[in-house]
Design a protein around this ligand. Structure first.
Ligand SMILES: NC(=O)C1=CN([C@@H]2O[C@H](COP(=O)(O)OP(=O)(O)OC[C@H]3O[C@@H](n4cnc5c(N)ncnc54)[C@H](OP(=O)(O)O)[C@@H]3O)[C@@H](O)[C@H]2O)C=CC1
Ligand SMILES: O=C(CO)COP(=O)(O)O
Length: 318
């Protein structure tokens, strides 16, 4: 089967590099100049510096070439996905579309599979998610991810696995996409705790209560508990809340310490905090940490006020 990765950011490039070690892969970027640079230098210097692009990886800005592949990995940021799917709906019809984005679409409250179903006729929607930094995947370090697809996906699992990238299968697309989306929000909170100097014990408490929030909202939206406690939920929450490689964590740390942060960096948790807070309020589900992250990132409250409001909540059973 032929594979194309759509979106040549850090993650799309890393996945394309990893899969190209097994066989031919096409990597599509929207900028012709970026493609020219990558083809000449055999490196994505802007998004994934220091990683050589294998000869089996073809880079192109020609969308028709990319869309001729059978399996398409969508590796653009979540808030860009609906526009992309709409623009190319006809060519995408009937394909296997594997979302690699982690987020909730702000305009609709949908995850990637909902957007695919809404915009593309007859497509097979899958989600590839879990604890993995682009640089680790590109370097061939051992990584385990969740591949979620509602139909029988053993073939897809084999197609997208490599000797160092180990995929576990599930049919719970809702749980997989919500785990990946929600952990970004809580990584901002964990970064804030560390940036504000509140300590490792506070971070552990926050991560645990974040996991309780993640489960509460995701189960209400139809996710399965075992998915939340697997790689795409608990696994990715742990990675992202504890590593400064995470951009969401680093944004939180900058908020906590009062430092600036480059607004051009992709931080999916900001829009997702807003979408999640809305979803939770609509359904009457308590998600105080997510509400705090929304208020902090919208600069409606400061760090000490946020911490005080969490600590002043009524005492209750765990
Ligand atoms: N980086 C990581 O370690 C991981 C990232 N992810 C997820 O992958 C997704 C992408 O993140 P990542 O690759 O890191 O982001 P980056 O910031 O590295 O790159 C984003 C890429 O998306 C492209 N892009 C933006 N808008 C569009 C569009 N409308 N059509 C096509 N391409 C577009 C950008 O192109 P341009 O340069 O032209 O703007 C850029 O190449 C996110 O949802 C993230 O959560 C998941 C796991 C790990
Ligand atoms: O999703 C990721 C790790 O699994 C990457 O996290 P960031 O987007 O916060 O860098």
């Amino acid at each position: 089967m032929s594979i194309a990765v759509l979106g040549a950011g850090a993650f799309g490039t890393a996945l394309a590099v990893s899969l190209a070690r097994k066989g031919p892969v096409t990597l599509w970027a929207r900028g012709a100049e970026q493609v020219h640079e990558m083809a000449e230098s055999r490196e994505n210097a802007r998004r994934l510096p220091g990683v050589k692009l294998p000869e089996t990886l073809t880079v192109t800005s020609d969308i028709e070439t990319a869309l001729s592949a059978e399996t398409l990995l969508l590796a653009m940021p979540m808030q860009q996905m609906a526009g992309f799917l709409q623009a190319h709906a006809e060519a995408l019809a009937g394909k296997t579309l594997v979302s690699c984005a982690k987020g909730i679409d702000l305009a609709t409250g949908q995850g990637p599979t909902g957007l695919i179903r809404a915009h593309v006729a007859g497509a097979r929607a899958a989600v590839l998610t879990g604890p993995s930094f682009a640089a680790d995947i590109a370097r061939g370090l051992p990584t385990a991810l969740t591949l979620a697809c509602t139909d029988h996906s053993e073939e897809l699992q084999a197609e997208l696995s490599t000797p160092t990238l180990r995929l576990y299968r599930t049919t719970d697309t809702t749980g997989a996409e919500l785990g990946g989306a929600l952990k970004n929000v809580y990584a901002i909170a964990a970064g804030t705790v560390i940036g504000a100097g509140l300590g490792e014990s506070a971070r552990a408490a926050l991560m645990t209560r974040s996991f309780a929030e993640m489960q509460r909202i995701a189960l209400a939206l139809g996710a399965r508990p075992e998915t939340l406690s697997g790689l795409s939920g608990f696994g990715d929450l742990v990675l992202t809340c504890t590593s400064a490689q995470s951009r969401n964590f680093r944004l939180g740390r900058a908020i906590g310490s009062g430092e600036g942060f480059d607004p051009s960096i992709t931080v999916e948790g900001v829009a997702t905090a807003k979408a999640l807070d809305r979803l939770a309020r609509e359904r009457g589900i308590e998600t105080p940490i997510a509400a705090m992250v929304r208020a902090l990132t919208e600069e409606k409250i400061g760090v000490s006020e946020a911490m005080q409001s969490l600590l002043a909540r009524p005492l209750k059973e765990e």
